[in-house]
Design a protein around this ligand. Structure first.
Ligand SMILES: Nc1ncnc2c1ncn2[C@@H]1O[C@H](COP(=O)(O)OP(=O)(O)OP(=O)(O)O)[C@@H](O)[C@H]1O
Ligand SMILES: [Mg+2]
Length: 244
C-alpha cells in the first residue's frame, strides 16, 4: 500500500442545530487526486475548513504524515505542508500579483535564496508571468483563480486543497485550469483534494471520488463507481433534479 499522507477518523462538526460534518473517515495516499463531490451545503468547504483548522472540529482525528493537526493554528498547518485555495477568490488588495505570491513564500518551508525569482517562476508555471506587476484585484476571474493556485504553491505544499477552482469560469478557462492542475500534479508530485461541481473535467482529473450529502459520506470509489451508485443518484435527483 502506498504511503498514507492524510488520515481522518470520526470527524464531526455541528453549527448549532445543523450537523454539517458527520463522522467523516477517510484516508488519502501520497500522490492521489481525490475529488470531493456533493450537493450545495453538503459540508465540502466545512471539511476543508476543519482540515486546515480554520474552524475546530467537535470530534475526530486528523493526522497528516502521522502528526495530529487538532488544535494547531492554520499557519502551523500550512507550515506542515497543506495549502488551500478558496471558493471565493481572495487576493490581497493593493498588492501586485507578484507581491501576492511573495506573501505566500514567507513561511518556514521555503528555503530559496531568491524569493522574487522563485515567485516569478511560480507565476510562469500558472501562466501569469506577464501580469506580475498588475494589481491583483484587476485580474480577470480566471486569472484570480490562477493567482490563488500560485499563492498556495508558494508555501511549498505536499497536499493542495482546491475549493471549486472552476467556479465562475467559461469552458476554455476550465480546460486551462484543469490542464494546470494535471501538470502540477505530475511535476510536483502533489497530492490534491479537489472540490468541484463542474463534473466533466472533474471526473477526468480525479482517480477517486468521495461524495458527501448532508455532512455524511455516502460514497467512496472510482468516478465510474460513484456515478452508478444509487445513493449518489438519489442525493442528486432528490435535490437538484440532475444526476452527477
Ligand atoms: N461558520 C458557519 N456557521 C454556521 N453554519 C455554517 C458555517 N459554515 C457552513 N455552515 C453551514 O454548513 C452547511 C455546509 O456548508 P458548506 O459551506 O460546507 O457546504 P458546501 O458543501 O461547501 O456547499 P457549496 O457546494 O454550496 O459550496 C451549510 O448548511 C452551511 O450553511
Ligand atoms: Mg463550498
Amino acid at each position: 500500500m502506498s504511503q498514507i499522507l492524510l488520515e481522518i477518523e470520526g470527524l464531526d462538526k455541528r453549527f448549532g442545530g445543523l450537523h454539517a460534518v458527520k463522522q467523516l473517515s477517510l484516508r488519502v495516499a501520497k500522490g492521489e487526486i481525490v475529488g470531493i463531490l456533493g450537493p450545495n451545503g453538503a459540508g465540502k468547504t466545512t471539511f476543508f475548513n476543519l482540515l486546515t483548522q480554520f474552524i475546530s472540529p467537535d470530534a475526530g482525528r486528523i493526522e497528516f504524515k502521522g502528526q495530529s493537526l487538532r488544535g494547531l493554528k492554520p499557519h502551523r498547518v500550512v507550515a506542515l505542508g497543506i495549502a488551500r485555495t478558496f471558493q471565493l477568490c481572495r487576493p490581497f488588495p493593493g498588492l501586485s500579483v507578484l507581491e501576492n505570491v511573495l506573501v505566500g513564500s514567507l513561511g518556514p518551508r521555503v528555503h530559496h535564496t531568491d524569493l522574487v525569482e522563485r515567485a516569478k517562476h511560480l507565476l510562469e508555471q500558472v501562466g501569469l508571468a506577464s501580469k506580475a506587476d498588475t494589481a491583483a484585484e484587476l485580474l480577470s476571474y480566471g486569472d484570480q483563480r490562477r493567482l490563488e493556485i500560485a499563492r498556495a504553491l508558494a508555501t511549498e505544499p505536499e497536499l493542495l486543497l482546491l475549493d471549486e477552482p472552476f467556479a465562475g469560469l467559461g469552458s476554455a478557462e476550465i480546460e486551462a485550469i484543469s490542464a494546470l492542475i494535471r501538470k502540477l500534479h505530475a511535476e510536483k508530485q502533489l497530492t490534491i483534494l479537489l472540490i468541484e461541481h463542474k463534473l466533466r473535467e472533474f471526473m477526468q482529473l480525479v482517480s477517486r471520488v468521495i461524495v458527501l450529502d448532508f455532512g455524511e459520506q455516502i460514497a467512496d470509489g472510482t468516478p465510474q463507481q460513484v456515478v452508478e451508485n444509487p445513493r449518489v443518484i438519489e442525493a442528486y435527483i432528490g435535490k437538484q433534479g440532475t444526476t452527477p
